[in-house]
Write a new protein. Structure first.
Length: 272
């Protein structure tokens, strides 16, 4: 078990830093970038994006929006909302993907996050290109025409351009920040392992505090019992800690003495 260090500055010196992890990877014969970590991050990002997009589509379908009553302005506002939601989902998904890559690689988290963002953007672009070649975009346009949405290129050029630029930026930014956070998890792990306020040592301290509180409560009850005469404290001749013994006579008197009746209490009060 790691030795606990109370001083935070001392823990920062002991805990491995970014350069230490890079040097460790070089000494182990590994490169700066891990292909496995990048692949895991890209798949995690695209999978999270697909799941979130599917949940959003199911939610919209469950609401049951009547598209026949939507005007061209309503469709444009709806498109802006969809584009904004898609950008936010991309941000969260690629943050998660970068985090996975940085945590798996355990080194160069920012670099792994950036590679995940670039590879993810290329993968999405390839998917859109393949869909266009396979006439998938035509089927989407036809479906929008059936719903009554405007499909002219001039209607969506501005929204599509802004959404595209924002998507690229959030993919790169989210994956970069996620990669840094993922790599930093290993540093936080070591820092918490050396922190005496966390872990088994902290549990022992809390257990000791509970025992001390229990002893104080027991001492308080003992003092009250001595004042009532149930316990009698006697000291040994050697000057050791006072021993407490049970006063059976006092306890028997206390337990056996009956409560005075109402007439007796009235006579006692009349006497006084």
């Amino acid at each position: 078990m790691a030795r606990a260090i109370e001083d935070r500055d001392e823990r920062r010196v002991v805990v491995e830093q970014r350069q230490d992890r890079l040097e460790l990877a070089r000494e182990a014969g590994f490169g700066t970038v891990s292909g496995v970590a990048v692949a895991a991050g890209v798949m995690a990002a695209l999978g999270a994006f697909a799941v979130a997009f599917g949940i959003a589509a199911a939610f919209v379908n469950a609401i049951g929006v009547d598209t026949a009553t939507l005007s061209e302005s309503d469709w444009r506002n709806f498109g802006v909302m969809v584009a904004t939601a898609s950008v936010l989902v991309l941000l969260a998904a690629f943050f998660f993907g970068g985090y996975v890559a940085g945590r798996v690689a355990r080194r160069a988290g920012g670099l792994h996050g950036a590679v995940v963002g670039g590879a993810g953007a290329v993968t999405l672009a390839l998917a859109v290109g393949i869909a266009h070649v396979q006439d998938g975009t035509t089927a989407v346009v036809d479906r929008f025409e059936e719903l009554g949405a405007p499909t002219a290129a001039s209607d969506w050029t501005g929204v599509a351009a802004v959404a595209g630029v924002a998507a690229v930026l959030v993919v790169l930014a989210g994956s970069l920040v996620g990669g840094v956070r993922g790599e930093r998890w290993h540093q936080r792990l070591m820092d918490r392992a050396l922190d005496p306020a966390v872990g088994p040592e902290a549990d022992l301290v809390r257990q000791q505090q509970r025992l001390e509180r229990a002893e104080r409560r027991l001492a308080t009850k003992r003092e009250r019992a001595e004042r009532r005469g149930v316990l009698v404290a006697s000291r040994h001749n050697s000057g050791e800690t006072p021993a407490v013994k049970w006063d059976e006579a006092a306890a028997a008197t206390t337990e056996s003495s009956p409560e005075p009746s109402e007439s007796e209490r009235e006579s006692q009060s009349a006497t006084f």
